[in-house]
Design a binder for this molecule. Structure first.
Ligand code: GLC
Length: 579
């Protein structure tokens, strides 16, 4: 009987409110980018229209209707600028061009125009901590110590015939590379092909602001700003306490978020972002939730900040894959709730569980053995009902999963190679080193998008070799199959999207975590204008009793068919409403 009423209510609700039509969001004074999800596209893996095995800009344009069906307000595209692609575009050789492998500037302009027709903004990725070593600025700078760009990068003499400090680059190896031409070392936070720019030089800053303004004049809707916490270097360069057996220390520990960084960023904001109807989201590894108010909001420098406390739970600051830590659900909840608290009165939070640098979330946040489809829906519920702008990474809406390759040579991701070599140096066996790579590799998120069950998952035409192998599970996990299945992860994302449109509470409402001590349930309330919606997600693989306070509330949406009102099934997510 209970089951009958639960299902009856669910259907009555679906047809009578949320899914019948949109309401105006008039009362909350929020900006456009606070009201709709942002979708992240990794263009190389999104859709290949010219049969090269690699995705392109026209591929994004041709899928705009699909993205519109997810009701996204903006698409953040990772770098499409000319680049030798050592780090898949994060090594930029020209800030105001388009990489031929992705298409042309005309293709880009067409994407902007077509997106605009659908009321979708295009958001660019600004990589301003470093350039490619093939950028003409670096080619000039490396010639000698006297040329006009001599001071555009960070150069130091050798110390006792060796690297100036013991800093290890984030992708492995020394953070210093010797340049024979100039007879000095240059600093690189990431790969040796990604030399760090010298932000102390006003000419460098001016050139970067010009580049950002170039894209604004085209009408882009904002920026994701890459690796921004590394732009300010310490006043003096000294050795750090080694965290590896080879005597090196991760550069992050030595240079991230240095005092004075906000002065640079205030200038950046003033010269580029102020007064524009855009949004900015900084990638801010090294900034804690406590510091968020200085970075975002009224007096902050960005609109939002990606901070990593929740995705980095398995690591200490140095992010060494071969020394992962155990973590519990309460750790995850605390990390997320801290960010919610920090942005409650000031600023805004970009909610994310995936991006092109993270493993797939269904493998990252749930116990081993979790059903990926159920897990994907459970996490989608958190993503789409917390306070902030949800960022959906391509394929997350299908429940795409990690890959499982045995050979390091199969991996393209530069950081997977660096972490593998580091693990071997630390004394791990190749098999063990591969376990860490399989779990944490960025390639997990970079395999081609799964569009259908045909050859190459419909990403590239049949017979083409895709730049990274397609995940073997594409026959069942793919957009076309999920379009037809009302119980699919994709269908569930759309339901959540419709629920957000129907309930302003999910957009503008306050956030309050409840049952915070539970190691099984993640639960929180959103309240606005007298309405309260409660999200309840069972992160465990066991059935869990619905807390007595909730059991009699109105069920609005559930990720599974409800058999028993009083019990959440493993990985089930529910949303209740209190009148
Ligand atoms: C950021 C990007 C990552 C890139 C790195 C260097 O963390 O998200 O993909 O490798 O910066 O630019």
């Amino acid at each position: 009987m209970k089951k009958f009423f639960a299902i009856l209510f669910l259907f009555t609700f679906l047809s009578s409110t949320g899914f019948a039509g949109e309401k105006d969001m008039k009362e909350n004074n929020l900006k456009w980018w606070q009201c709709k999800p942002v979708y992240q596209v990794y263009p190389k893996s999104f859709f290949d229209t010219d049969g090269t095995g690699s995705g392109d800009i026209n591929g994004i344009t041709s899928k705009l209707d699909y993205l519109k069906s997810l009701d996204v307000g903006a698409i953040w595209i990772t770098p499409v600028y000319p680049s030798p692609m050592v780090d898949n575009g994060y090594d930029i050789a020209d800030y105001t061009g388009i990489n031929e492998s992705f298409g042309s500037m005309d293709d880009f302009d067409k994407l902007l125009a077509e997106a605009k027709k659908r009321d979708i903004k295009i958001v660019m990725d600004l990589v301003f901590n470093h350039t490619s070593d093939k950028h003409e600025w670096f080619l000039e700078s490396k010639k000698n110590t006297k040329n006009p760009k001599a001071d555009w990068y960070i150069w130091r003499d050798a110390k006792d015939g060796k690297e100036p400090t013991n800093w290890r680059a984030i992708f492995g190896g020394s953070a210093w590379t010797w340049c024979e031409e100039r007879k000095q070392y240059y600093l690189h936070t990431f790969a040796k092909e990604q030399p760090d720019l010298n932000w102390n030089n006003p000419d460098v800053r001016r050139a970067l602001y010009d580049a950002a303004n170039f894209w604004l004049s085209k009408g882009v809707g904002g920026f994701r700003i890459d690796a921004i916490t590394y732009i300010k270097k310490p006043r003096t360069f000294t050795d750090g306490k080694p965290d590896g057996k080879d005597g090196t220390v991760n550069i992050h520990t030595m240079t991230a978020n240095q005092p004075g960084i906000l002065d640079f960023l205030r200038e950046f904001k003033h010269r580029v972002f102020d007064g524009k109807d855009i949004f900015t989201v900084g990638e801010a590894n090294g900034v804690s939730a406590r510091e968020l108010p200085e970075w975002v909001g009224k007096d902050g420098v960005f609109d939002m900040l990606f901070e990593f406390s929740h995705v980095d739970l398995p690591f200490d600051a140095a992010e060494i894959w071969c020394y992962p830590k155990e973590w519990k659900l309460t750790d995850l909840k605390r990390a997320l709730s801290n960010s919610q608290k920090a942005t409650r009165d000031n600023g805004w939070y970009p909610i994310f569980f995936e991006n092109h640098d993270q493993p797939r979330s269904v493998n990252h946040f749930f116990p081993e053995g979790a059903d990926p489809k159920k897990a994907a829906k459970a996490l989608a519920t958190v993503l789409m009902t917390m306070r902030g702008t949800p960022f959906i990474y391509q394929g997350q809406e299908l429940g795409m999963t990690n890959v499982s390759w045995n050979d390091i040579e199969k991996y393209n991701d530069i950081s997977s190679h660096g972490q593998y070599e580091f693990a071997i140096k630390e004394g791990f066996s190749p098999d063990d080193a591969m376990k860490f790579v399989r779990y944490f590799s960025r390639d997990n998120a970079r395999t081609p998008m799964q569009w259908n069950d045909e050859a190459n998952a419909g990403f590239s035409p049949e017979g083409v070799k895709t730049w990274l192998p397609v995940n073997e599970n594409y026959k069942t996990i793919n957009a076309e199959a999920e379009e037809k299945d009302s119980d699919s992860v994709l269908a569930f994302y759309r339901k959540l999207g419709a629920l957000r449109r129907a309930h302003e509470t999910l957009i503008a409402g306050d956030y309050k975590e409840i049952f915070s001590d539970s190691e099984e349930i993640f639960a929180f309330e959103r309240s606005f204008n007298g309405e309260t919606l409660t999200t309840l997600v069972n992160f465990s693989l066991k059935p869990v009793k619905v807390p007595a306070e909730i059991v009699n509330k109105n069920l609005v949406l559930s990720s599974e068919k409800v058999f028993d009102d009083s019990e959440l099934q493993p990985l089930e997510a529910r949303i209740y409403k209190i009148k």
